[in-house]
Design a protein around this ligand. Structure first.
Ligand SMILES: [Zn+2]
Length: 469
């Protein structure tokens, strides 16, 4: 189904597409693989998607061995006894339990009775969003927004989450946090920011919020008309976005313009909308749809056919239903929905073969419930037909695919980046064991030890040498 385009216009567009090879190049249907543009080692290129990345630290100068535990590598294989060897910020090898094939000066950590997993990924967060009413007066301050975000990063780390995708935050905060984490100046998971949440007037993220508030908060960018939607995408690209987040209340032309612009810049697009907006977005070629919101079977089939992934995030709605007794009064959620319908949606997505990732969308004070909501979201997957190991694969490998980072994150395999979670017990058999986080390693650095955030003592910099007299 197509909205707003008459058959005549459609045919005209088709004719132009056939006749114009140029349109086929610039009007790409999907974001091209931008991974090769992210690596500092990539040679200089004149491709506009190439973003020169300053090389960060390559992990601590040592070999780290995790010995005596079980390894759930995230590839889909069953957990097995083994030893994980990390060199600097990469996984060097996985050894059978009897082997001691590592350098003598390696740091060896015994992880007996524990399970080693890839670090978890959360696909849906808003690091700068304000917390409770008491916090609201400070909400517009970017300093406060940064501090809120830093606090949240700690909760994620302590929950074994080593990467978060931020799909709408204030100002430059998430872009700066991304750099500070990358440079190991701040304890946190990797941050993949979208920048501002781009939405139409009255669309999701504007409802129940006075206009001046939207301006103060700075996390939402209201766009009007295809050119402005394009401009809003470019603004996020300019700041360094890793993904583009669209809301709702867009015309066919607006969403098409935004998606085309993002894809030309090498950025994937995710959409937070419902019903016919999802249909429009899927037709326009978006990459991911957030939430379990209503959509038709036709839309679900089209998602499966076009390889559009889902980030179902049932958990925020479950918290809303539990704490508020229902969801009311939103211009962009103008329908009735229930936990049963949301669970049904997750099952329908699975049965249709839509790739599903894991995100929590913990706003307000809810992130303080971590790791509970993350574990509960995985249990939702299990209730909808995933096995426990499959749910963990969704949280790691599938999420890394949705981030376009599966060549370096998401599984424990040689040469991947060392983002690792060690938990007591067997989370691949009992998800509750995921709450027993013992050790977390991000980019080769131990960032959680004994369940607490660990910050290494800094190496004092030598004072400048006195000039020779
Ligand atoms: Zn959200």
């Amino acid at each position: 189904m197509s909205f707003g385009l008459t058959a005549k216009t459609r045919n005209a567009v088709l004719l132009v597409a056939i006749l114009s090879p140029c349109l086929c190049v610039t009007g790409q249907e999907r974001a091209q693989d931008r991974r090769k543009f992210l690596d500092p080692a990539t040679p200089v290129s004149d491709d506009p998607r190439r973003i020169p990345v300053k090389p960060g630290p390559r992990g601590p100068d040592r070999v780290l061995v995790l010995r005596g535990g079980r390894i759930f590598d995230g590839t889909g294989k069953a957990a097995r006894e083994g030893t994980l060897v990390i060199e600097r910020n990469k996984i060097l090898k996985i050894l059978p339990p009897a082997s001691t094939d590592w350098p003598k000066n390696a740091e060896v950590v015994e992880v007996t009775a524990k399970t080693i997993l890839p670090g978890l990924i959360d696909l849906h967060t808003h690091l700068t969003y304000p917390l409770t009413e008491g916090d609201v007066q400070h909400a517009p301050s970017e300093a406060e927004a940064t501090l809120r975000a830093v606090e949240k990063l700690r909760y994620f780390l302590e929950s074994g989450v080593t990467s978060v995708r931020d799909v709408g935050s204030q100002g430059d905060v998430t872009f700066r946090l991304k750099e500070w984490v990358r440079d190991n100046r701040l304890a946190g998971p990797r941050v993949f920011p979208a920048g501002q949440f781009i939405t139409g007037e009255g669309g999701h993220s504007t409802e129940n919020t006075p206009d001046e508030w939207i301006k103060w908060m700075g996390a939402t960018r209201i766009a009007t008309g295809p050119d402005d939607w394009r401009l809003a995408v470019r603004e996020q690209f300019h700041k360094g976005a890793d993904v583009i987040k669209l809301g709702s209340h867009f015309s066919v032309e607006e969403v098409k313009a935004a998606v085309q612009e993002a894809h030309e810049l090498g950025l994937k697009v995710t959409v937070d909308a419902e019903t016919f907006y999802i249909q429009r977005a899927v037709e326009a070629g978006v990459d991911t749809i957030e939430h379990p919101l209503p959509r038709t079977d036709e839309t679900i089939q089209l998602m499966a056919k076009k390889g559009v992934a889902a980030d179902p995030t049932l958990i925020p709605y479950q918290i809303i239903f539990d704490e508020w007794g229902g969801y009311f009064g939103s211009t962009s959620r103008r329908f009735t929905f229930s936990n049963e319908a949301n669970m049904g949606m997750l099952g329908r997505l699975k049965r249709a073969g839509v790739k599903c990732g894991v995100g929590t969308d913990l706003i307000l004070h809810w992130y303080r419930y971590l790791p509970g909501p993350y574990i509960r979201e995985l249990k939702n997957f299990v209730a909808a037909g995933w096995s426990v190991p499959e749910a963990l694969v969704a949280a790691t490998k599938t999420n890394s695919e949705i981030l376009d980072m599966d060549d370096r994150l998401g599984t424990l395999e040689p040469d991947k980046l060392a983002d690792v979670l060690v938990a007591d017990g067997r989370p691949d058999e009992n998800l509750e064991d995921l709450a027993k986080v013992d050790l977390v390693i991000r980019d080769g650095y131990i960032v959680v030890q004994g369940g607490k955030v660990a910050i290494a003592k800094h190496t004092p910099a030598p004072p400048p040498k006195k000039p020779e007299p």
